[in-house]
Design a protein around this ligand. Sequence first.
Ligand code: NAD
Length: 263
Amino acid sequence: MDLKLAGKTVLVLASSRGLGKASAAAFAKEGADIVITGRSEESLKEAEKELLSLSASGRVSYYVCDITKETEVKELVEYTLEKFSRVDVLVNNAGGPPAGTFDDFDDEDWQKAFDLNLMSFVRAIRAVLPSMKQSGGGRIVNITSSSMKQTLDNLVLSNTFRAGLMGLAKSLSQELAPHGILINSIGPGKIATDRVAELDERKAGQTNKNAEDVQRESEAAIPLGRYGLPEEFAAQIVFYGSFANTYVTGQTLLVDGGLVKAL
Ligand code: NAD
């Protein structure tokens, strides 16, 4: 299938590692020009090198940005426009909020999670829309969580802000359709990244088990019997973020090996 990504520019937030980097790599293989971003220049340099080795266009660049800062997000989009003159695809991604229950968090924690997991996406979308509207269309894909469909224990911040994002994406699918801009949200179940390894370690510490046992138990609950690979997740991001997707917008898709039973 031709994903119609050659000559297009893809901006991926929070992409120095994990699902963001895997998504950027998948777009690079399809011939798109890529801008990756994160807070650590060292990790971004490494990731840029890796992506250049896979890139069909040979055009990959990085920009250091803390996506919780409004001005830095604006500057990131300005950099992308200067570098590649357009933004056709925005992949919104962020680090996960801290694990914990309601009693664990004060107002400052809530504000931080709001800035990281909701406002960063709002601001990035706002900044890319003029370019997408001018070129007659675009694609926005939000990386979220299976908590869009079924809440996760001990992750009250994720459960709250992912639901907010679903409302935002559905509203925008209505408002942006006349401009040819399609927006969808994709939620990972358990995909083997550093974040999942850290959550397993944390759980192991709390339950007196080792992280391998925690992983084995988690995998037993997944109908496909294993954690997903970042590449398996990225394949869906690339399709919904591509111009081969011409009629799916406002939707929520889980990539979870069958884990979530909610309809
Ligand atoms: P990860 O922790 O491996 O990667 C997150 C990336 O976000 C890192 O590159 C980090 O540097 C970057 N980041 C964090 N805060 C940032 C900031 N302020 N500015 C710029 N960059 C920042 O996580 P992942 O597993 O790749 O997950 C990506 C998203 O998907 C997270 O929101 C996570 O909660 C969610 N998620 C992942 C899974 C999974 O199975 N991996 C499951 C459910 C939800």
